[in-house]
Design a protein around this ligand. Structure first.
Ligand SMILES: Cc1ncc(COP(=O)(O)O)c(C=O)c1O
Length: 390
């Protein structure tokens, strides 16, 4: 079972980014809608500092700043930047630390659109990406080239949930002067303290657990002072902008994130254990389970587990059988994204180039929501009956 998160973090989630005294005593930071921000003198116009002041709506209003301050506080970073989506945060981070002729090392288990961006966009501008075995650990040192500027990590990996030894990877990367980017969407600022692990830039699809209610798209980048300016320039040049209303929703979500995540975790462990006992399931890929090959790393590095995991069915099923299973579920719905209050289920096929992936069974990714776990199990139980009678 996961370690209990510290009271300090819970308090930070509730109080971060709030300043009622500056705001007529109103508890929540208000939504500022803005494009133009007026300078009162020519001198102040000339001296505008977009990194620290409010100068133009696209670069941030007090609403964005409140969210950035709160997320950075919880994750123990110095500064944060909000973007239009999680993928927007990934692309800003990747472009901020590369130029033509540079090389990126990306984990083979990265979120698919991150691979896509490297292969289809950065490649056009002369940035080469090679993919590495997520479980390589310190062995990454052998793959780092003189022109490697980024080592990109994600633990656990998208769909396949391999755990990465981030401190070992970060050590090797730093020895050769590369920055370590990390997609921390699964770990969240609460359950994975990126900067204690040696990460330089932590990337969040805030669309998931930070917003937490499946009703806004948002990304957040968290970093230390050392890399902030480079990242901020990349953000500013890209035209990325996080809508103030969505930042407000994310701030609202953040206040309850610890309560929600603990419940997601509790439900997920119950459902994952049940799934492990089922003959239709060959393997449950959830790092919080002792049976997971990366369980020891999860115990060492994480303060908890979120509600997303995959299962491998006992064999490959065709779409007729899978449709019969998935089309008629009461609670689990099919849809992209995760991290909201609701349970989701989707088939997935992880793309691989550096490693092979052949589990000899259909992969289903489940997000375990905040419904009652007995009801979720009943829904899954019925779905297995439909799968097997097709
Ligand atoms: C691990 C991970 N990172 C990033 C993203 C991208 O987030 P967004 O949908 O907000 O662009 C996702 C979305 O599913 C994700 O699963």
């Amino acid at each position: 079972m996961a370690k209990k998160i510290s009271r300090n973090d819970e308090t930070k989630l509730v109080s971060g980014g709030r300043n009622p005294k500056e705001n007529h005593g109103i508890v929540n930071p208000p939504v500022y809608h803005a494009s133009t921000v007026i300078s009162s003198t020519l001198k102040s116009w000339r001296n505008r500092d977009p990194m620290n002041d409010i100068v133009y709506g696209r670069v941030g209003t007090p609403t964005q700043r409140a969210l950035e301050e709160a997320v950075a506080l919880v994750e123990e970073g110095d500064r944060a930047i909000t973007t239009a989506s999680g993928l927007g945060a990934i692309t800003v981070a990747l472009t901020s630390f590369t130029k033509s002729g540079d090389h990126i090392l990306m984990t083979d288990s990265a979120y698919f659109p991150a691979r896509n961006f490297c292969n289809n966009v950065l490649a056009k501008y002369g940035v080469e990406t090679s993919f590495y075995d997520p479980q390589i650990g310190a062995g990454i040192a052998d793959l780092i080239q003189d022109n490697t500027t980024i080592v990109y990590t994600e633990t656990p990996g998208s769909l396949t949930f391999e755990m990465q030894d981030i401190p070992a990877i970060a050590n090797a990367a730093h020895e050769r002067g590369a920055v370590v980017l990390h997609d921390n969407t699964w770990g969240t600022p609460l359950f994975y303290k990126s900067f204690q692990m040696g990460i330089d830039v932590s990337i969040h699809a805030a669309t998931k657990y930070i917003v937490g209610h499946s009703d806004a798209m948002l990304g957040v980048l968290v970093t230390k002072e050392k890399h902030f300016e480079t990242l901020f320039k990349g953000f500013r040049y890209s035209g990325q902008h996080a809508a103030p209303d969505d930042c407000y929703l994310a701030l609202r979500g953040l206040r309850t994130m610890s309560v929600r995540l603990n419940q997601h975790q509790e439900n997920a462990i119950i459902v994952a254990n049940w799934l492990e006992s089922r003959p239709e399931v060959k393997q449950v890929l959830y790092p919080a389970l002792e049976s997971h090959p990366g369980h020891e790393l999860w115990k060492r590095d994480f303060l908890g587990a979120s509600g997303l995991f995959s299962i491998i069915l006992d064999k490959h099923y065709d779409d007729i059988a899978l449709g019969s299973m998935l089309d008629h579920m009461d609670l689990f719905a099919m849809g992209a994204s995760w991290g909201g209050y609701e349970s989701l289920i989707l088939p997935g096929s992880p793309p691989r180039t550096a490693t092979s992936w052949d589990p000899q069974g259909t992969l289903l990714r489940l997000h375990i929501g905040l419904e009652n776990s007995d009801d979720l199990i009943t829904d899954l139980d019925k779905s297995f009956t439909r799968l097997k009678t097709k």
